[in-house]
Design a binder for this molecule. Structure first.
Ligand code: PLP
Length: 419
């Protein structure tokens, strides 16, 4: 078996991987948290580095044979420090959620208070939401957005912080279409003596590319996934400015939470950080935002109700109530038309999270394919046609036609990393 390819060893899984590759090539992927990694990142992910155990950190490992792994991890760490302008980086967290758990372990005891954005307002589960370990094992307090503006209310954040005296404050989230005001959060955190964690999982690529302000110099610790706008493998990083915070985070990741790091992922993170440091990544980040704004403009012009009225970043959140349809049936119909989105709660959503009022759409993936504003306007028109037809209950013909048109478009814009 040793030398055999996937195709001959396991044709069933090989066939499914090929099918998924074809699906990714043929759909207009508008899921805000996804992207297409480059061939180089993919290649690093599928390597013999997966065979190696390396608990600990470079120069301080618990297993022998780290001559190569130490170099790879050190390069990844140095690239992260240089790209984001931080003094310390840990590239070992398995993903964004474990990275955030490490922040709790580093700075809180069970029962301590955390202030984070509520999930229905755009926060992440790990920011203290009730069903998450972070909401069960810590005393979590949540802020939201103003009903009239759809934007974070910093007066509310400050009032909650003064009332509850959290030890940890999270800013950032998964469905926030507007710029995060890191200095304002830092001021509140300083006032109550809390650690400020900026979770830039969604916007890390925009921060690296200069299309969103950086939390560096404001947040005590920065958490990010590497697989969203940053366009790396599935993984995460924790960054800090002070030695004290960095030491606490390192101990929390290992031995606090994890065993051996995923070295193939570390190598792929290093490659992605190298790519993100190139001049064309700046252009990419700027185009992601331009595309989101063009798409938002097209949708708003077609009567869609955008949370906060538009976007500053890569994502758009829309309430479909005025279109007479829920988010779930809309997302399902769009998917059948080759337009991949996710249904999502909107602030003050009267419906349930599994059947909410909105959908979330993002432009990182379509921008990676080289699409621009003209394509975004076309996509906006397709979204409108499908959603309107589904709301009327007669969508089959429209879905079929849009799917054919979507296929013509995706054929013109090959996705990175796909053959
Ligand atoms: C995606 C995301 C995470 C979690 O990342 P996983 O890799 O899915 O665990 C954490 N925080 C925010 C803000 C995210 O968007």
């Amino acid at each position: 078996m040793a030398g055999n390819s996937l195709n001959s060893v396991d044709p069933e899984i090989a066939g499914l991987i090929t099918a998924e590759e074809r699906r990714q090539a043929d759909t207009v992927k508008l899921i805000a948290s996804e992207n297409y990694v480059s061939k180089a990142v993919l290649e690093a992910t599928g390597t013999v580095l997966t065979n190696k155990y390396s608990e600990g950190y470079a120069g301080k490992r618990y297993y022998e044979g780290q001559q190569v792994i130490d170099q790879i991890e050190t390069i990844a760490v140095e690239r992260a420090k240089s790209l984001f302008g931080v003094n310390h980086a840990n590239v070992q967290p398995y993903s964004g959620s474990p990275a955030n758990l490490a922040i709790y372990l580093a700075f809180l005891n069970p029962g301590d208070t955390v202030l984070g954005m509520g999930l229905p307002f755009g926060g992440h589960l790990t920011h203290g939401w009730s069903v998450s370990a972070t909401g069960k094992w810590f005393n979590s307090v949540r802020y939201g957005v103003r009903k009239e503006t759809g934007r974070i209310d910093m007066d509310e954040v400050r009032a909650l912080a003064l009332e509850h005296r959290p030890k940890l404050i999270f800013c950032g989230g998964t469905a926030i279409p507007r710029t995060i005001d890191f200095p304002a959060f830092a001021e509140v955190a300083r006032e109550v003596g809390a650690v400020l964690a900026a979770d830039i999982a969604h916007i890390a690529g925009l921060v690296a590319g200069g299309a969103h302000p950086s939390p560096v110099g404001h947040a005590d610790v920065i958490s990010t996934t590497t697989h969203k706008t940053l366009r790396g493998p599935r993984g995460a990083m924790l960054m800090a400015t002070s030695d004290e915070h960095a030491t606490a985070l390192n101990k929390a990741v290992f031995p606090g939470l994890q065993g051996g790091p995923h070295n193939h992922t570390t190598a792929a993170i290093a490659v992605a950080l190298h790519e993100a440091a190139q001049p064309d990544f700046k252009a990419y980040a700027a185009q992601v935002v331009k595309n989101a704004q063009a798409l938002a403009d097209e949708l708003a012009g077609r009567g869609f109700d955008l949370v906060s009225g538009g976007t500053d970043n890569h994502l758009i959140l829309m309430d479909l109530t005025p279109k007479g349809i829920g988010g779930k049936p809309a997302a399902k119909a769009l998917d059948r038309a080759g337009l991949e989105t996710n249904y999502n709660t909107v602030p003050f959503d009267p419906r349930k999270p599994f059947d909410p009022s909105g959908i979330r759409i993002g432009t990182p993936s379509v921008t990676s394919r080289g699409m621009g504003e003209a394509e975004m306007r076309q996509i906006g028109a397709w979204i409108d046609e499908v959603v309107t037809a589904v709301a009327k209950g007669d969508a089959e013909d429209v879905i079929g036609r849009v799917h054919r048109e979507v296929s013509d478009l995706t054929a013109q814009f090959p996705a990175p990393g796909l053959s």
